[in-house]
Design a protein around this ligand. Sequence first.
Ligand code: FPP
Ligand code: MG
Length: 245
Amino acid sequence: MYNLSETLDKNKISQQKRLKKILSPIQTDLSLMESELELQLKEIELSHGKENELSRFSDKLLQHPFKTGGKRLRPALIIFSSYAAGRRGLDESKDIAKLATAVELIHSASLIHDDVIDEAMFRRGRMSAAARYGNKMSVLIGDVLLTQFYMIVSSLTNLAADTRFALLDLLMTVTKRMCYGEIYEEKLRSGQIKVNQELYLDTIDNKTASLMSGCCRAGAMVTDTTSEEQNMLSKFGYHLGMAYQ
Ligand code: FPP
Ligand code: MG
């Protein structure tokens, strides 16, 4: 007899295997990013003035969304893009791992906030932060992650100051667009504005494609590339994001 749950499990395993294969050329970079992510979460924890019941609670709240990992698709786009843009050696590895971590923090914050908006019980097969800790806590911990993103990019002092500012500008513009994407989606979902193809595509561009496109551009920006090459990679990320959503 056909077993739906078994078929879904099998599909998931084969998807995970395929993703692992796709990501295998950048495994070293992704491992660096995972270590950096751990370090950044520790750094956030260290920003408590004192250790007490409140700080211990906040640390549990912070760790919750990171317990189940994730596909690391956006960090992977930064890393692949840096190679596509001509990165050769390992010199920039640390900076790229930091940038990839910063973007994963934006993505995580967006999912935490999205689960509040969607009233989602689950995220990655586990209780969402909203379901586990409530909406108020989730909004606030998402905001904490966003401040850390800003701090990481500001700390990339190996990069020229204008590149650092351009990265901040790019990623903050993307974050703003993601917020608008969610506003558009809510408005369309409410039925107050009637959905059509143009409005739908504009919504998913802001909500999802803008970050993927931004990741591809950011990976190219840390390598010595022309703006034309950056535009081409950004376009690739845009199309990937549109197809993904
Ligand atoms: C998942 O969509 C959500 C997004 C792609 C973006 C969410 C963006 C915000 C909440 C704006 C705030 C942004 C920041 C950075 C704080 P989905 O609901 O279609 O997919 P899902 O099934 O994974 O929930
Ligand atoms: Mg959602």
